[in-house]
Design a protein around this ligand. Structure first.
Ligand code: AMP
Length: 317
């Protein structure tokens, strides 16, 4: 089994109160792939320009991430994003976005990428997400992320993309913006009611406050892992998604994710996926860009999972 991901592969220029980096490796697909690679083989689909370095490709290939469908466009420029954070690391200003090679990109997936059981449509133009979704009609689990930009400029296409997936992973503010509902739970319930077909799992990312899971059957939430030092939140959402989707992919692959026949995944499995996602994201924000997650080890993940479990337990109800 493997996971296919389409989304931005980027150069990011980022400034936080703790430092800055120019043109470091970034992009939603990159952060997702590095996190998900702890759980299953990941295949990245997306274009880069002539300006994309061999060193960057090497970093993306950490832990066996498959790059056969990363297309180098002659004469093209790699997607570029420039963002800045103030003291409140939960909100950021986008100073520049240059789509570069993503403009007019036509994804041509290899047979291997089309054969993946799990698909993640990371943040990119919804038309592109729909195109890739159509190339994996048999996928067993499909999740999608997006952002305010696409809600504003490509709403109809985004709505059709959302209706074609099992799971929607969005920031809480974006869920409210998408549904025009001020309350998070009612926003999620609204999306769950769009179907069928509609996502049956909604994950609301809440930055430093954690994340919530809303399904037709229930609700679950975890705080973010309590860190004393956060350096750069860029890519935290995609790393979270990599942990979440990666954990589910591994469970589908080893048969522990028995579904009840209608694609719905067991609540217990989704909760454990939330815990893995939370832990992966917590490592990502400790350093700039992909720096921390490229060095991360499985024992470090396991140790933090145990701590997260301990701090979210209570008894005596
Ligand atoms: P996150 O912090 O998880 O929301 O993701 C940040 C990553 O998303 C950065 O590495 C950017 O390169 C990428 N990104 C920013 N804006 C966009 C956009 N409009 N489309 C696709 N990717 C983007």
């Amino acid at each position: 089994m493997s996971i296919t991901v389409v989304g931005s592969i980027a150069y990011d220029t980022v400034k936080t109160p703790f430092g800055e980096r120019e043109r470091m490796l970034g992009g939603a697909a990159t952060h997702f792939a590095l996190a998900a690679s702890f759980f299953d083989e990941v295949r990245v689909v997306g274009p880069v320009g002539d300006d994309f370095g061999e060193r960057q490709l090497q970093i993306m290939g950490t832990r066996g991430v498959q790059l056969g469908d990363v297309e180098r466009v002659a004469g093209g420029k790699t997607f570029f994003w420039h963002g800045e954070y103030g003291w409140d690391l939960n909100s950021r200003d986008t100073l520049d976005t240059q789509l570069g090679v993503f403009e007019g990109f036509q994804p041509k997936l290899s047979e291997d990428s089309r054969a993946s059981d799990v698909l993640f449509l990371a943040n990119i133009q919804p038309d592109l997400q729909r195109d890739v979704r159509e190339q994996l009609p048999e996928a067993k689990f499909v999740a999608l992320d997006s952002m305010n930009l696409w809600i504003e400029i490509a709403r109809d296409s985004l709505l059709s993309a959302i209706k074609s997936v099992d799971c929607l992973i969005l920031n809480d503010a974006e869920l409210r913006q998408l549904t025009e509902k001020p309350n998070l739970v009612s926003a999620a319930r609204e999306i769950l009611s769009w179907g069928p077909p509609a996502p049956s799992v909604i994950v609301a990312k809440q930055g430093e406050y954690g994340a919530a899971l809303i399904t037709r059957e229930g609700f679950f939430a975890l705080p973010a892992y309590p860190l004393e030092t956060v350096i750069d939140p860029t890519g935290a959402g995609d790393t979270f998604a990599g942990g979440f989707v990666g954990y589910i992919a591994a469970a589908l692959a080893n048969g522990t994710a028995a579904t009840n026949g209608d694609r719905a995944l067991p609540d217990e499995l989704l909760r454990r996926a939330m815990a893995h996602a939370t832990v992966l994201a917590s490592f990502n924000v400790e350093e700039f860009g992909t720096e921390r997650v490229t060095r991360l080890t499985r024992p470090e993940i396991d140790a933090r999972l145990t701590e997260l479990h301990a701090i979210t337990q209570f008894s005596g109800v």
